[in-house]
Each structure stands twice: as structure tokens, then as C-alpha cells.
Design a protein around this ligand. Sequence first.
Ligand code: MD6
Ligand code: FE
Length: 205
Amino acid sequence: MAPLSQTGFRLVPAALSAGDQAALLVEVLTRVETAPFYRPVTPGGKPMSVEMTNFGALGWVTDAKGYRYQGAHPLTGHPWPDIPAALLALWADLTTADAPPDACLVNLYRDSARMGLHQDRDEADFAFPVLSVSLGDTAVFRLGGLSRRDPTASVRLASGDACVLSGPARLAHHGIDRVLAGSSRLVPGGGRINLTLRRAGPAPG
Ligand code: MD6
Ligand code: FE
């Protein structure tokens, strides 16, 4: 299956208008004042080039102990801030999930930050999709298949674009090859912010 036409991969260009992007950025930066971006370390001990924080009941973290979801910021010890309402609305609009997301990973790409090919597989129930929203500089997103060795293809994610991995594509490999510096003026100081919404815990009820 050609990676970009596989069932369950959906790119939604301009899911957010310019005004909605600016409003969401304010919501994000306000939360970052109390839940600052930090540079995570892989279980192998390598600092990531991407900086991270989270919103929601559960946040994705990585350190020497491994990958997991936890309820508190690793540096402040405080619960993560709540998920902005505009993102909850987008999840309701663009997915068929019957429960709201409980986790929103926030990735900050400055300079030459990138993200290697990976699967999102630390969640309890892969029946829930992952929805990503991009703000700021355009990224080159690479999508492959269920096997790491499957062919890949790349597509650009611009500011305001959303993308969904669901169904057969939920566990597809994907990553960020690079970010096109200076392609947007949205993020103060330059760069790109990506927000990924997930249901990390089991379905409620
Ligand atoms: C990023 N995105 O766009 C990284 N994961 O910065 C992801 O890792 C991702 O875009 C799952 C579903 C959609 C994604
Ligand atoms: Fe991912």
C-alpha cells in the first residue's frame, strides 16, 4: 500500500484558520508558562532534539526508565495543564472516537530539531486515533507502514494542518525529517509546535 494512501491516514490541510492558529498559540504559550518545555532523554540516554511538554490528565515522557504516560510534569512535579478547548473541538470534528482525548503531547522544534521514525504505541487502546495539529514552520512528515522496513513517503505539514492516524494506519511508522526554518512567522523565536491528541488510558466506563 502506498504510504500516503493507506486507509486510516488523513491529512486535513488548513484545519485551523490563521485566526484560530493565533488563538490556539496563545492558549499553548499560556500553559507553557507553568508547564515549561524541557528536553527529554531517550531510554538509551540520548537527549532528544525536540523539546516537549504535555496537556491533559496524562503526559507522554521518556527518560532512563523508559517511555510512559504520567500525570505530572517531570521537572515541576505539578499536574499537566488542561487541553485547550479548541483542540477538544477538533478531536470531536475530525475523529469518530467515542471518548475525549486524555493526553496532548506538545513538541517544540527549534533549529535543526527532528524526530526519528517511530510508532505511537504507549497507549492502552489502539482503537483510538491519534490527531496531530501543527503550528508554525512547515515540517516534512514521513509516513511508512506497520513494518519499519515498509516503503515511506513524505508530505508537508504546514501551520494549521491536522493529520490523523487511525484504523489500519494507527500503528504506522512516522517521523519528522526536518522543519523548514522561516516558513512561518507564527511561533515567537521561530520554529514549529506540534500537538498530538491521544486517548492514553483505557476507554472510560
Ligand atoms: C510531529 N508527530 O508532527 C510528530 N504521531 O511533530 C507525530 O509523532 C505524530 O503527527 C502520531 C500521529 C500523528 C503525528
Ligand atoms: Fe508520533
